[in-house]
Each structure stands twice: as structure tokens, then as C-alpha cells.
Design a protein around this ligand. Structure first.
Ligand SMILES: Cc1cc2nc3c(=O)[nH]c(=O)nc-3n(C[C@H](O)[C@H](O)[C@H](O)COP(=O)(O)OP(=O)(O)OC[C@H]3O[C@@H](n4cnc5c(N)ncnc54)[C@H](O)[C@@H]3O)c2cc1C
Ligand code: SF4
Ligand code: SF4
Length: 1008
């Protein structure tokens, strides 16, 4: 476990560091990263503690109590109300080390978990027994049981399996004064008496709780309306005798304000063996809402509502998911899931529901039984939760009123009036939600970044609160109150109940140490907003941020803390988080650091737009912002920030976030900007000169490859690596004896293009040209076989990626311009397709070249194709050589993010290749990243997560496919010498193995 990194002078930090086994971090970077949850609020904590075990929690709490420093417990920080952050508090991160499923009893159907257990981990543990935890928030891949208990989370299946409160059996608690106790329920009168008779603080607490309950029975019965999703306020009704005096339930949903949770015993439910999905279409959302009460008696597992504007938002954010074709006609849909012991049983239930739906004249219904299709449709619904942070037209939408709930039979009326209220305020949003329980999610385009925005926000919130209460509803249906709704509780509850909340909290936490300012005596809803109604300072920028009106501040605001980037199990995003488990090495951690940098930036010496470019519209310091920068910020040195540099240092630039984050936070781009600005007119790290300009060095080295290779193997190699900023454990790449371009010219001289062959330009990327020419040679032979005249640019070309990714933006632009000139000089028609063999170069030509060169670069982007895309598009009917082999594919992260792989899959099918695509994400090398000193361990750890074990396990006859130079290099260096092939090489092999194929070519001499 790492040793503490504490700011000097912080006595508490020193004591914590001395006493704990877990991490203690009071530095600006860590405080910044933990200053947000998924809400509109920002609170800089005093520091962050990641307890290694329960003993650490006890010690940390005791020391904080001694110093009178508040404590905020935290799981994944996906709360939307601001209840997982606290000003000047010590944040206890339970997710980092306290995430074990301690015990699972299939007979009793219970599990004992630590508070930091991620829900999906519990589900994985329960699955072999046919069991699961019922509630399932959309954040299931990262949210913790502690956080779910803190918020009383629900999710889509609560119509069938209830809220978290309905599924807790007992909670192990640590109170602010150090008392530990386990609470549960239901309790018999005798059990209550026995508890109150216990010695010491525990007995005293039970005694007081019982006295509190008995004294207030009438007020609690009167003041807390019965409602399936009443999550706002404390659930004091669980204390009532008719509710079993259930203390665990009364504590569920108290948002870390009463006690710290050390462990929990939760109930599990039977997982239906089969499921079916009814998609019910309605002309509008009120029609859908009005239909719900008639459907509930049929026992669906879910009743989720989603309107056409959510689909529009989804389509605005990315390509159309094919699953959408299954939606029947309508403008609002209900997702009604059914379950059964067999597929027939689930289908029967689905048919019954569909028939009932169709009885309504304007409604349509479709039944989906295929599990894969059902998964895709649910993914659409879950993606919606993240996507609606942006409106279909790209406008920003914020939480606040994102979680109200009414009795289901009032939902139609409530939605109608809510829409009218939005219109009156000139606000927009996209409602969707758990219609079966009357819960509506709605992010609204509150003008929070404008000075006049705060009164609008407050007025709307107050009127919406009154509206929901007038329908017998709750301010929150599952997200909890936090700072967003705490202040509004008196609009929902009478003063006597508000008084009871205060008294209840005081019984548990008399010194108000735990999450103060939440639920009881809450902070105002329009205080501490992360934008605070202030125009955010803009800096002169080098890159255009075309999707964000030229604003980096707006670009980083995309991150609303959905937290998909801290799901460590799947996808490309975010490899550095997956390997380190550290928040600051996640996409959201980096986004928060950049946002803090922009918030705190003073005058920025040396900052500027790229020479020779206009500062993009909308940038430049805004008038009237002079006094704002730096106010209360943890990072105040702008582009010079060492904290931001450190956090970005482990960003691989893999672009995984640009495609996998629901709102496409594009950290690779922000990183290039930062590196450009940070090192402007300053000495850069050696690796930037060595590897950032590698194409130049390679061109020189190609004059004497044998000599260069010999030096690379000589005793001077370690020194060379050190000088070049290369990790000593990395083997230096070996230069080919003959570059591809020389081979091509030699070959071409003796072999003119066949008549009628269609010209295509092959992009001889620097790495393949010098280091793996066999890939480009294979492309030439295959493309010629398919009837093309393969031509090369008239001079050396380079996409400029190594300059771009190291923030050497002027250099990148020069290199790109030179390459455009070399393409133009071929004299080929302007539309001649360009085929790139390496996905990172190809993605650069598609995305970064137009980004840096504007209109000048767009034509190249438009005519650039990957090898597979080219064959798929330009030779769609040409028979391809057959090779019925098994293959596993490592998809390059840039291909995943920018180019897509649909064409590759079609080509493999046409060749008869039985392929399996690995869910391995980035290979960990990512261009120069894995070579740089200080990155080896993390690079290897990323590769070891999935890629290397899969490659090692692949049988000797299984082909390993990897179009990326980086991926092939990583495999060659770390997977025990296994060689991966480019698709073009596989196709060449297929060609050669054909009875009438060309056979081994002289050009195929192995490269040393
Ligand atoms: C995009 C998106 C979709 C969402 N979808 C849903 C949904 O479908 N359904 C739903 O119910 N919610 C949803 N949420 C809200 C949120 O994800 C859930 O409330 C989740 O359960 C919170 O878990 P967490 O681990 O992130 O908790 P955190 O946000 O870290 O903490 C939640 C609360 O619990 C307290 N807490 C955490 N650990 C402890 C502990 N050990 N001791 C005492 N208190 C503790 C915290 O102080 C805080 O008050 C969504 C959020 C987002 C951003
Ligand atoms: S970077 Fe994207 S996925 Fe990660 S928290 Fe922010 S919005 Fe969510
Ligand atoms: S570019 Fe890759 S490593 Fe960097 S933040 Fe995005 S997903 Fe993470």
C-alpha cells in the first residue's frame, strides 16, 4: 500500500498517515478528484482516506472526531444530489479496499458484504446459485452496496423486488462516537426490550430510539405518505410497529448522515431462468403513463418509460443502435420485462402483457425473446441515463429535478403539468424513468453557467417541488436528496416531521460529524454549484473543440460523473483506471482536474492558440471574469499545473472515453492541448523528443539499419534508452533491412500496373515502413490480386500522431501539411481512396488531420479507409481467398473509438475465418506510452488484464489478429514471443495457400 502523500502542516493528515494502513491523501489533486459526485455541486474536501480495513475506518473516524473534522462516506460517488461530497470533510473511500462479498448463504438467500462491494460483483457471486440482489440502478457496474444503502437505491426491477430498504436484513454500524452495533428487523416487543436493556452506549441508543418512536407514532403515521418511491427524507415509518420496528430499514436512505456502514447482510431473490421483453408503444408519454396501472396487476418485472426525445438524444450522441428497429410504432415506449422458470413461461407472461397493451386502441406492442436483443435494448435504456446530460441539439442539461416520483396512477397528470412548468420557465429536458412506480428522471437545461441562471433554477425547483407534492409525490424517487433537494423537504413534510428528522439524526450523531449539511439543516440548493452561475474562464486554445463551441471548459463539463469510466470490468475506457484502481487515473478524475485548473487559473504566462491559427470563436478571457480565477480552487497555476500533468501522464490517449463515455469526454484531445500548453517554450521530457519525433529518427536510421540495430543490441543500448526516456525493460524495435518504400520502388520498376487496374493510394505509415514492412507488402500483394493499382504518395508521409499525442502541435501540423503535399504530388485524381494499414494512423487521418488543418485536411479524412473498409467497399463482390481458421482479434483502441470494425467482421466472414473479438480494450502500449520510462509496469498490467492471458491461451493453430502496430509489438514483447498478424497478412496467407495462389513470394523474406 502506498505511503501517504500529505500537504505540509496538516496535523490530522500526519496523524492519519501514521496510524492507518490505507492511503491518506490531502494533496490538491486528490482533493479535487473527490470534490464532485454526479451532482451539480462541488465541495473541496480536506483530504481523502482509503481505509485498508475496518480497523482503519475506526481509527480514521476517531482521529477526525478528535480534530472535529466532518466525515463523508463514499462508494463510487455516483450520487446525483451532492450527498457523497462535503466541504472541508475527510472523505472515506470505501470502494477502494473494502469491496469483498464476505459470505453467501444460498439456503437462507442472504449475502454478507463489505460496504464498498460493487453491485455487479455481488451479482456475479450470487449467479451460480440462481440468485441475485433485487435492486439494480443503471450504475450497477460501479455503484456500491454502501452507496445503495446510503441512498436507498432502486432501479428498473423494483416493481418486482422492491427498494434497497426492502432487501436489507441487518447493518453493521460505526457511530460517530465510536460505538459499534448491528441493527436489523423486524423486531418483536421482547427483542426490543432486550436491546434497550443492553449495557453501555448501544443499550442507551436503543432505549432512546424506542422512546422516540413510541412518542411519535401518530406524527410519523400522519406525516409520511404511503408511496412506493418515497425516498426523500428519513424513512421513519420503518420504525412503526406495523412495519416491524425495522431499524435497518429506518437507516437505509439516510445518506451517510447517521452512521458509517461497516458491513451489511442483504437478501437475495431468485433470478428468473428466462426472460422476455414486451415493447409497448404509445402516442405520447402521458398515454404511456396512463396505461401503467392496468399493466401492474400482470406482474411485470419492470415498467420502464422512454420517450422519442430520449432516442433523439441517443442518435445525436452516436450511431443508431440496431436494436432500436425493434421498437414498435409510437412516440413513447414502455419496457415491460417478464420472467419465468422456462422460456415458454416468460413468453406466455409477455404475450398476456402484450395483449393487454393492445387492448388500448392507440397502443402497439412487440415481444422480444432473444436474450442478445433484450440485452441490446436494455443497453439503450441504460445509455439513455448518461446521454440525456446533453439534449438532442447538443445543449447541456443538468440534474436537480431529475428524480421525482408520484403514485403511478397520478403519473400521466403529473407529467402533463411538469411539461407545462418547463414551458413556463423556457426550460427543456427529456423525461424517462421507472413509470411502474411513478418515478421520472429528467435533466433540465437550467442556465447554471449564466449569472441570471440561479434564480431560474431556484424558482423552478421550488415550483416543481410544490407540483410533485400536490400529486402526493416525493422530491426523490431513488436518488436521494443531498444538497439538491434537502432544502425542499419542508415543502413535502410538515414542520413536525422535519423536527423528527433532526431529532433522529441527533440520536445517532449528536455532534453532527457525519455528512453535515445533508438531509438535516441542509445547505441551500443554489449554493456551492460547480459553475455557480458564473461564466467559466476561457483560455486561448490550440484545438478547435468543434462539438463544444470552441470551449475546453464546456468540453470538460461533459463529464457529469456518470462513472462508466470507473467500471473496471469491460470495454476500452479507461485502461489506466482499470490497472491502478485510482480515481485520479480515471477519465472522470482527469476531467475534474482539468475543470479545477480552468476554475483556478490565474493569468496564464505563455498560454496561447497555435501559432498561425485564429483563436477559435468563443475563446479568450471573458469580460468581467478577472476576479474569479483562483477563488477557492485547489489548482491555481493553470497550464503549468503539475497535478494535471501527473494525472494525464498515465492517460494512454487510447480514445476509449471518446467512444465509450456516454457523453464522449475526449481526454486524448484535452491531453494533447494540455501538453502543448504546459510545455510551450519549455524543455520537454526526453521521450517527447525521442518518441514524439520518432518518424524523423527512423528516416535517418534507415540509411544504415544494420548499424543502428547493432547499436541497439550493444552495451550502449541502456544508455540510449535512458537518453530517449525509454524504459530499460523495453526491447528497442528492430529496423527492417529494407524499408517498404524501397521494396515497392524496386518491385514496381520491374512490374508496371496491369491495364484497367483501379488506382488506390497506400499510406506507408512510418512504423510499418521501417519496422514491419511485411504488413504493407502484404497489402500491396492482396490489393493487386483484387485488381487494384497500388500507388504510393510522391514523398515520405506521416500522420503526425506522435507529435500530436505529445502535444507538439505545431510540429504535428507541419508534418500533416507536408504529407498532404506528397499526396497531391502523385497527380492521381483528388478522390482516389487512401488506405491506411495502422488503425492509429488511419484514425489520425480521419479525425486529427481535419481538427488541426480544418478544411484543408477534410478531403483526406473523407477518402481514407482502413484496409478492411477498402476491400469491403471497393471489392464487395470479388471472391476472397478462403482460410477456414480460428482467430482471436485484438481491436486497436483507436479503431474501436474512431473507425469501427464492422468491415473487418464482414471480411473475416467472407474469408471463412472463425473469429472471436477479445474484450481486451487497449493493449497498454498505445504508441509511445508503454515505451516511456515510468510506464512499463502499468502498460504490462493493462495487457495482462485480458489480452495476454487470452493470447497465451490461444491454441497454436489459432491466428492472433491485430491490425495495430502497437498491439502486435506488445504481444510480441510480452506474450512469450507470439506473433500477431495484420488482416492483410492473413489474407496474403490465404492467397498463398490457394491451389492456384501465388505461393511464397521472394518479397516475403523474413524481417530480422
Ligand atoms: C447515470 C446515473 C444513473 C443512475 N441510475 C440510478 C438508478 O437507476 N437507480 C437508482 O436508484 N440510482 C441511480 N443512480 C444514482 C446512484 O448511482 C445510486 O444512488 C448508487 O446506488 C450510489 O452508489 P455509490 O456507490 O455511487 O454511492 P455514493 O454516491 O458514493 O454514496 C451514496 C450515499 O451513501 C453514503 N455512503 C456510501 N458508503 C457509505 C458507508 N460505508 N457508510 C455510510 N454511508 C455511506 C454516501 O455518504 C452517500 O450519501 C444513478 C446515477 C447516475 C449518475
Ligand atoms: S468521463 Fe464520461 S463515463 Fe466517466 S464519469 Fe465522466 S461522463 Fe461518466
Ligand atoms: S484516452 Fe484512454 S486512458 Fe485516457 S482517459 Fe480516455 S480512456 Fe482513459
Amino acid at each position: 500500500m502506498s505511503r501517504p502523500d500529505t500537504a505540509p502542516g496538516t496535523e490530522l493528515a500526519r496523524e492519519l498517515a501514521a496510524a492507518l494502513r490505507g492511503e491518506v491523501r490531502f494533496d490538491p489533486a486528490e482533493r479535487t478528484v473527490y470534490s464532485h459526485d454526479a451532482s451539480n455541486y462541488r465541495h473541496l474536501p480536506l483530504g481523502v482516506v482509503k481505509p485498508a480495513d475496518t480497523e482503519d475506518v475506526r481509527t480514521a473516524l476517531a482521529l477526525c472526531r478528535d480534530h472535529r473534522v466532518p466525515v463523508v462516506a463514499r462508494g463510487a460517488g455516483t450520487s446525483i444530489g451532492g450527498q457523497a461530497i462535503g466541504p472541508g470533510a475527510v472523505v472515506l473511500d470505501f470502494r477502494r479496499h473494502l469491496g469483498a462479498v464476505l459470505d453467501l448463504d444460498p439456503e437462507r438467500r442472504t449475502a454478507r458484504v463489505q460496504p464498498g462491494t460493487v453491485l455487479d460483483d455481488l451479482q456475479r457471486a450470487a449467479r451460480p446459485y440462481g440468485l441475485r440482489f433485487g435492486p439494480d440502478p443503471s450504475t450497477h457496474s460501479r455503484c456500491t452496496l454502501g452507496g445503495m444503502i446510503g441512498n436507498d437505491s432502486c432501479g428498473a426491477h423494483s416493481v418486482a423486488w422492491g427498494r434497497t430498504a426492502d432487501n436489507v436484513e441487518s447493518l453493521d454500524l460505526l457511530l460517530a462516537d465510536g460505538t459499534e452495533l448491528t441493527v436489523g428487523g423486524p423486531l418483536t416487543p421482547a427483542e426490543r426490550t432486550a436491546l434497550a436493556a443492553r449495557p453501555g452506549p448501544e443499550g442507551r441508543l436503543h432505549h432512546r430510539l424506542q422512546e422516540f418512536t413510541d412518542r411519535n407514532l401518530a406524527a410519523i403515521r400522519r406525516g409520511l405518505p404511503a408511496l412506493p418511491r418515497r425516498v426523500s427524507g428519513y424513512p421513519l415509518d420503518a420504525l412503526l410497529p406495523e412495519r416491524g420496528h425495522h431499524l435497518a430499514r429506518a437507516l437505509t436512505g439516510t445518506e451517510g448522515t447517521c452512521a458509517l456502514l461497516l458491513g451489511a447482510t442483504v437478501r437475495l431473490v431468485e433470478e428468473p431462468r428466462a426472460r422476455a421483453l414486451v415493447l409497448a408503444g404509445y402516442p405520447d408519454e402521458t398515454a404511456a403513463a396512463d396505461a401503467v396501472p392496468a399493466l401492474l396487476p400482470l406482474g411485470p418485472l419492470t415498467v420502464e418509460g422512454m420517450a422519442a426525445d430520449l432516442i433523439a438524444a441517443l442518435l445525436a450522441a452516436g450511431p443508431r443502435p440496431p436494436a432500436l428497429d425493434r421498437l414498435p410504432e409510437g412516440a413513447c415506449w414502455l419496457f415491460l420485462e417478464t420472467g419465468g422458470a422456462t422460456a415458454a413461461e416468460a413468453l406466455d407472461a409477455a404475450r398476456r402483457l402484450a395483449d393487454t397493451v393492445r387492448r388500448e386502441r392507440t397502443a402497439t406492442a412487440a415481444v422480444v425473446t432473444d436474450p442478445a436483443e433484450q440485452r441490446q435494448l436494455w443497453a439503450v435504456r441504460e445509455a439513455g441515463a448518461g446521454i440525456v446530460t446533453r439534449l438532442p441539439d447538443g445543449g447541456e442539461a443538468w440534474p436537480g429535478w431529475e428524480d421525482s416520483a408520484v403514485p403511478p396512477e397520478r403519473l400521466g397528470d403529473y407529467l402533463r403539468e411538469l411539461r407545462a412548468l418547463l414551458r413556463r420557465h423556457g426550460l427543456r429536458g427529456v423525461p424517462y424513468g421507472h413509470f411502474g412506480e411513478g418515478c421520472v428522471h429528467l435533466r433540465i437545461d437550467f442556465p447554471l453557467t449564466r449569472p441570471q441562471g440561479l434564480p431560474v433554477f431556484r424558482e423552478f425547483m421550488e415550483q416543481a417541488a410544490d407540483l410533485v407534492v400536490s400529486h402526493g409525490g416525493s422530491l426523490s424517487g431513488e436518488h436521494g436528496d443531498g444538497q439538491a433537494r434537502g432544502e425542499l423537504l419542508p415543502r413535502m413534510y410538515p414542520p413536525e416531521v422535519i423536527g423528527l428528522f433532526r431529532e433522529f439524526k441527533h440520536l445517532w450523531d449528536p455532534e453532527n460529524l457525519l455528512n453535515p449539511g445533508t438531509a438535516v439543516d441542509p445547505r441551500p440548493l443554489d449554493a456551492d454549484l460547480r459553475f455557480g452561475g458564473r461564466p467559466v474562464r476561457e483560455l486561448p486554445l490550440a484545438l478547435p473543440y468543434e462539438r463544444d463551441d470552441g470551449s475546453l471548459a464546456k468540453a470538460v463539463r461533459r463529464c457529469v460523473g456518470v462513472g462508466k469510466c470507473v467500471d473496471p470490468t469491460t470495454g476500452v475506457m479507461c485502461p489506466s483506471y482499470m490497472a491502478t484502481g485510482e480515481e485520479r487515473h480515471s477519465t472522470r478524475g482527469r476531467a475534474r482536474l482539468l475543470a479545477e485548473m480552468l476554475r483556478g487559473a490565474g493569468p496564464l504566462p505563455g498560454a496561447g492558440a497555435l501559432p498561425g491559427t485564429e483563436a477559435p470563436p468563443g475563446t479568450g478571457a471573458l469580460p468581467g471574469t478577472g476576479a474569479l480565477p483562483g477563488a477557492g480552487a485547489a489548482i491555481t497555476d493553470g497550464w503549468r499545473s503539475a497535478e494535471v500533468r501527473e494525472a494525464l501522464d498515465l492517460c494512454l490517449g487510447c480514445k476509449g472515453c471518446a467512444s465509450d463515455c456516454p457523453v464522449q469526454v475526449d481526454m486524448a484531445t484535452y491531453r494533447s492541448e494540455f501538453l502543448y500548453q504546459h510545455y510551450r517554450h519549455r524543455l520537454r521530457p526526453a521521450a517527447h523528443y525521442a518518441m514524439g519525433r520518432l518518424p524523423l529518427w527512423l528516416r535517418g536510421a534507415a540509411l544504415a539499419p544494420g548499424l543502428v540495430n547493432a547499436i541497439g543490441r550493444s552495451p550502449a543500448a541502456p544508455l540510449l534508452k535512458r537518453l530517449g526516456g525509454i524504459d530499460g525493460r523495453r526491447a528497442l524495435p528492430v529496423l527492417a533491412p529494407e524499408t517498404f518504400t524501397r521494396w515497392y520502388r524496386r518491385r514496381r520498376a520491374g512490374r508496371p500496373a496491369p491495364a484497367g487496374a483501379r488506382p488506390v493510394l497506400l499510406w506507408p505509415d512510418t512504423f510499418s515502413d521501417h519496422l514491419q514492412p511485411e504488413v504493407l507488402r502484404a497489402a500491396v500483394e492482396v490489393l493487386e490480386h483484387l485488381g487494384f493499382d497500388v500507388r504510393l504518395p510522391a514523398g515520405p508521409v506521416c500522420c503526425g500522431l506522435t507529435w500530436y499525442s505529445t502535444g507538439q502541435l505545431p510540429g504535428a501540423r507541419r508534418v500533416m501539411r507536408r504529407s498532404l503535399a506528397a499526396l497531391a504530388a502523385t497527380g492521381l485524381p483528388a478522390g482516389t481512396p487512401v488506405v491506411g494499414m495502422d488503425p492509429s494512423c488511419t484514425a489520425t487521418l480521419r479525425e486529427e488531420v481535419p481538427r488541426l488543418l480544418g478544411a484543408e485536411g477534410r478531403p483526406l479524412a473523407e477518402r481514407t479507409r482502413t484496409f478492411a473498409e477498402f476491400v469491403d467497399e471497393y471489392a464487395p463482390d470479388t471472391p476472397l481467398p478462403q482460410l477456414p481458421v480460428d482467430a482471436v482479434t485484438q481491436t486497436h483502441c483507436h479503431q474501436h473509438a474512431v473507425l469501427g470494425s464492422a468491415a473487418d467482421r464482414r471480411i473475416e466472414r467472407r474469408m471463412g475465418v472463425e473469429n472471436r473479438v477479445l474484450d481486451s480494450g487497449c493493449c497498454g502500449l498505445a504508441g509511445n506510452f508503454g515505451f516511456e520510462r515510468g510506464h512499463y509496469d502499468i502498460s504490462a498490467a493493462i495487457a495482462e488484464r485480458v489480452l495476454l492471458p487470452e493470447v497465451r491461451a490461444a491454441g497454436p493453430d489459432t491466428v492472433v489478429l491485430a491490425d495495430g502496430f502497437s498491439c502486435r509489438t506488445q504481444i510480441a514483447q510480452l506474450a512469450d514471443g507470439r506473433r500477431a498478424l495484420h488482416l492483410a497478412e492473413l489474407m496474403l496467407r490465404a492467397l498463398r495457400e490457394q491451389p492456384d495462389g501465388p505461393g511464397p513470394a521472394p518479397s516475403d523474406a523474413p524481417t530480422p
